[in-house]
Write a protein that binds this ligand. Sequence first.
Ligand code: TEU
Length: 586
Amino acid sequence: MTSHPRDEERRWWKEAVVYQIYPRSFKDSDGDGVGDIPGIIEKADYLADLGVDCIWLNPVYESPNADNGYDIADYRAIMDEFGTMDDWEQLRDELHKRDIKLIMDLVVNHTSDEHAWFLNSRASTDNEFREYYWWREGRDPEETDLDPEVYDTPDDVNEVPPNDWESFFGGPAWSYDEDSGEWYLHLFDRKQPDLNWENEAVRDEVFEMMEWWLQKGIDGFRMDVINLISKPEGLPDTDPENDIETIDRAVNGPNVHDYLGEMRERVLEPDFLSVGEMIGAPMPMETARQYVTPGPEGDGLSMIFHFEHVLVDRGDDALELTEWTLPDLKAIFDRWQDGLAEAGWNSLYFNNHDQPRQVSRYGNDSEYRRESAKLLATLLHTLRGTPYIYQGEELGMTNYPFESLDDFRDVATLNPIRSALEAGEIESFEAVKDRARAMSRDNARTPMQWDDSEYAGFTDPDSTPWIDVNPNKETINVEAERADQNSVWHYYRDLISLRKEHDVIVYGDYDPLTPGHESLWAYTRTLGDDSLLVVLNFSDDETQFESPEDLKGANAEILISNYEADVSDVADAVLRPWEARVYDLR
Ligand code: TEU
């Protein structure tokens, strides 16, 4: 049994609650319909009132915005739409003044095709920048199974790309460059060429840039798709017969731990929050541990974002939805809670700028919106790990009622649907409407709902927001929820403050009690003499919790619950729809 953490195991980033800000959709200060840094500064007190300890800021760097800032043209400059470097410095200071830390997004698997490195790289085949990216000659179609018709090449070029990989946004992962007659690799959009980390000069550039930001006083990085930086030897084709797709070829490449080890030695410190986004699933636990074990044995990342629980309802195809079950979801969390119990640390999230809204996906966003939003929050804030709140989650914001293709802005939604339409695989948008609605990243990107005014207080009434505001801003908004003691907002605030009072929430052991149950998720957290029991009813129906013998008659007090809690008896409690209870068993 874990007793109180030894001092060296204590880390601010284990005790913190992180709040993610997607600047484009948070708050527009200058009426151009796009959120910006001065807008975030206006809301610094809001963040302090909620009680969060750290902000993760999505990319604010100069970018042509093919992928909303994940296509960076200059790592050391701020995007005009978002403000200036002075604004950024002011934001840093305003946050730090309120004891809120700041981590920046590090997007170094790829750059924009408008980054100076790529412009140079493209300019000729023999300059030092050519080796910054993955340029390769094409192949004779006869020697492959690939259909040259599929690729975008001039009529007189009868070639297919160096391998058959597909972009994660749909279409081929290679684009043909007419000037040099070669192809370049882009695992995402064609405007996001992959950097070649095998080149030491690339690593130097990246580490110097990270150092530059750390010198500016930031507290760490969220590392975009960092498990893609090392590519497999020879860039082999996929192997569908053995179920090996592009993603399997691309993740956790042979040198990834060397590169991260070098990063750890050169720029990272244990006190920085470094959270690596690791796409693809499932990930072997050994690999995960390697990423999060402190140096020199491990790569020394504080934690990672794995994808297993957010792929639980996804099929193989980008547009395929499947049913998820609670036992499946629990099994994933249990595996990670257990896998990183001794070494490493977990991140806890359902939402971010790439995921549909959690209450629409794992909860009930109509009749039990409020209850289920609070239940999901209870889960994320009482598991072992660091909880991440994505803007609007603290209001129980929901998915958007998308009606037509024009409502979407995201390349990851638009590219595959447009290709499917062009290829005649679907006749109209209607064929994929339900799926696009359920899973589009744009669900997360509609503007933050501050009040019930025309554009929810996100931007001026006489401006036009870059993406529509959810009509439910009438009732779901900051102003209304702050005025209502029973709101999702107040519940989040309570959860955040409980974390500060109870070490057991941060450091306690996790023990699941109901792994196979269809609708109940119950577990204990234990640290020395402190012990919590969490019981969650993932259902529209009442569900009885049969407590283990040793908990019957335990002296329990309800620490927090999403219902009026007149019950303190653990034994065989009947939980109401989406009821969440946290008992203090001490
Ligand atoms: O996302 C990684 C990623 O591949 C997925 O989350 C992606 O959104 C999904 O597979 C699309 O269907 C990161 C960023 O979080 C995301 O916003 C960027 O678009 C992507 O990397 C490229 O930088």
